[in-house]
Design a protein around this ligand. Structure first.
Ligand SMILES: NC(=O)c1ccc[n+]([C@@H]2O[C@H](COP(=O)([O-])OP(=O)(O)OC[C@H]3O[C@@H](n4cnc5c(N)ncnc54)[C@H](OP(=O)(O)O)[C@@H]3O)[C@@H](O)[C@H]2O)c1
Length: 336
């Protein structure tokens, strides 16, 4: 039995994580943290847990978490996360970090996009990126895994095999992406208030979204040369889900069928990525750890569509997939 802790347990990703972990036969939840005082019951913070989990959320020090846990999931925001994660990893605990803190390889790039000096720069570049479809062998050995961003998960799963097989050009990639409002977390913000976002769809952070360097880093790694994609996210009036449409230039006469077959071959053994014949929709993967992909050729472009649930394959489901690899459990344990 692995004793696990969840930092930032009041948030949306933490709730999804708890829901998965309470059906994981090899897990015992030993710590749930919050900055709130008074040790609120998990079910008072997350009413859907009533009758399912009888634990308080506590304002614990890293040392108390170390005492109670073998593995820790950090659902904290960037910068706050690395401050704690470095203490946990130094003490020999295995950690899966949901924040962006360990995803980028370069502290200067982190500083540029996140506006903060990295709290643990020595570790950057040595932490596996938590996409088991691409990096399972590194993840299984790692003390610390950088759980991917939600948009990068959808984009990288769609394009990595095509770039690696040189079926599409690394230049001229345009990424049109939509997310549900839970992508912004539970902490209230002006744009996520109901009358602001309901019945409306809008682009945001155009040219400035923090997932841009993460997408470029991963696609560049797969392409073997730099990639600078045009990534434009949109806030869609739905609770959850991500749809990305990648507009790419095929190499030579790569056909729609050849590209779809390459994706199918690449993911043939993967339980959570499926190339569908229909066009994907967020509803088809909502509540699951699955990614649906599809390809269409339109004029001189190959369009690659990708759908995930941002809170599951884009966060907590992927984290448990990584946990299963790290501790040697079947990859799909507790996941649907
Ligand atoms: N939402 C998504 O779709 C998604 C997808 C992939 C990755 N992520 C990443 O996953 C992490 C959690 O996201 P989320 O959507 O669950 O966020 P959230 O709903 O806003 O929850 C984050 C939790 O962290 C705690 N917290 C906030 N600021 C803190 C600070 N300065 N120091 C310590 N604790 C703090 C808060 O708990 P208390 O106020 O109770 O202390 C809060 O409930 C973030 O790093 C996010 O970027 C999110």
């Amino acid at each position: 039995m692995i004793r696990v802790g969840i930092l930032g347990a009041t948030g949306y990703t933490a709730l999804e994580l708890i829901r998965i972990l309470i059906r994981h036969s090899e897990v015992e939840i030993g710590a749930l943290t919050t900055r709130q005082s008074g040790r609120p019951a998990a079910s008072s913070v997350h009413p859907s847990l009533a009758g399912k989990l009888d634990l308080p959320l506590e304002d614990l020090s890293p040392e108390q978490v170390i005492e109670r846990c073998d593995c820790v999931f950090s659902c904290l925001p960037h910068a706050a996360s690395a401050e704690v994660v470095k203490v946990l990893v130094d003490a020999g605990r295995r950690v899966i970090d949901f924040s962006a803190d360990y995803r980028l390889n370069d502290a200067e790039v982190y500083q540029t996009w996140y506006g903060e000096t990295h709290p643990d720069p020595e570790r950057l570049g040595r932490v596996p990126y938590g996409l088991p479809e691409l990096f399972a062998s590194q993840i299984s050995q790692a003390p610390l895994v950088a759980n991917p961003g939600c948009y990068p998960t959808a984009v990288v799963l769609a394009l990595a095999p095509l770039l690696a097989a040189r079926l599409i050009h690394r230049e001229g990639i345009i990424l049109d992406a939509k997310t549900g409002v839970s992508g912004a977390g539970r902490t209230p913000k002006m744009v996520t208030i109901f009358p602001e976002c309901n019945e409306s769809i809008m682009p945001y952070n155009v040219g400035q979204h923090r997932h841009t360097p993460e997408i470029d880093q991963l696609l560049g790694q797969l392409a073997g040369a730099p990639v600078q994609a045009i990534f434009t996210p949109h806030l869609a009036p739905m609770d959850r889900g991500i749809l990305t449409t990648a507009y790419t230039l095929p190499v030579g006469d790569t056909t729609e069928t050849a590209a779809a077959d390459a994706l199918r071959d690449f993911y043939a053994e993967q339980p959570f990525v499926t190339v569908v014949d229909t066009l994907p929709a967020t509803k088809h993967v909502s509540g699951t750890n699955h990614c649906h992909l599809a390809v269409r050729k339109v004029r001189d472009r190959l369009l690659v569509f990708s759908c995930i649930d941002n809170l599951l394959k884009g966060a907590s489901g992927a984290a448990v997939q990584n946990f299963n690899w790290m501790f040697g459990f079947p990859e799909a344990t507790a996941l649907i």
